[in-house]
Design a protein around this ligand. Structure first.
Ligand code: S3P
Length: 177
């Protein structure tokens, strides 16, 4: 069976600070699936952290590696829980892979909440010149895309990761029942 499992990947999308990694890990452990973060796959492909890729090779190179990471992860025969980098959905090829192989959940939160969760943004190059303003700009640009690509949207404002994970899994189980 090559480790193949039935069903779809469970894919989390949303801006930096949305809680994709924390919620994704919880969902994976409750489902008994492996968890993959596309930023980790990119880091492995490049042999350096995301911030170093931006600094040494630029965002375009990061996005090319990210496209490779999304294609690889979506092609996994074992069904996974996938946390995506916040910008993954801005690429049409990525959106097609995610929609074709996954159930996509947008974890939504207001900018103030995202900014608080991102802290000083030191590991996130796109927040280097002022986190809140950058997040506002990115949310305006990306919200319609998150909405369009997602099967379901879950608001995370004021909620702990455990209860968000419960909502994610309830929505996922409805379609996989
Ligand atoms: C990015 C989000 C980051 C990472 C990179 C670019 C973005 O991932 O992929 O810094 O474009 O929003 P997280 O959303 O996991 O922080």
């Amino acid at each position: 069976m090559n480790g193949a499992t039935p069903g779809r990947h469970l894919v989390l999308v949303g801006l930096m600070g949305a809680g994709k990694t924390t919620v994704g890990r919880k969902c994976a452990s409750r489902l008994g699936r492996d968890f993959v973060d596309t930023d980790d796959v990119v880091t492995a492909l490049a042999g350096m952290p995301v911030s170093d890729i931006f600094a040494t090779a630029g965002e375009a190179h990061f996005r090319a590696l990210e496209r490779q990471a999304v294609a690889d992860v979506c092609a996994s025969p074992a069904r996974l829980v996938v946390a995506t980098g916040g910008g993954v959905v801005m690429d049409a090829e990525n959106r097609a892979h995610l929609r074709a192989s996954g159930f996509v959940v947008w974890l939504r939160a207001p900018v103030a909440v995202l900014a608080a969760r991102c802290g000083d943004g030191s590991t996130r190059p796109l927040l280097a010149n002022g986190g809140t303003a950058a997040l506002e700009r990115l949310l305006a640009l990306r919200a319609p895309v998150y909405e369009a690509v997602a099967d379901v949207t879950i608001d995370t404002d004021g909620r702990d990761a455990g209860s968000v994970a419960t909502d994610v899994l309830d929505a996922f189980k409805k379609v996989s029942a």
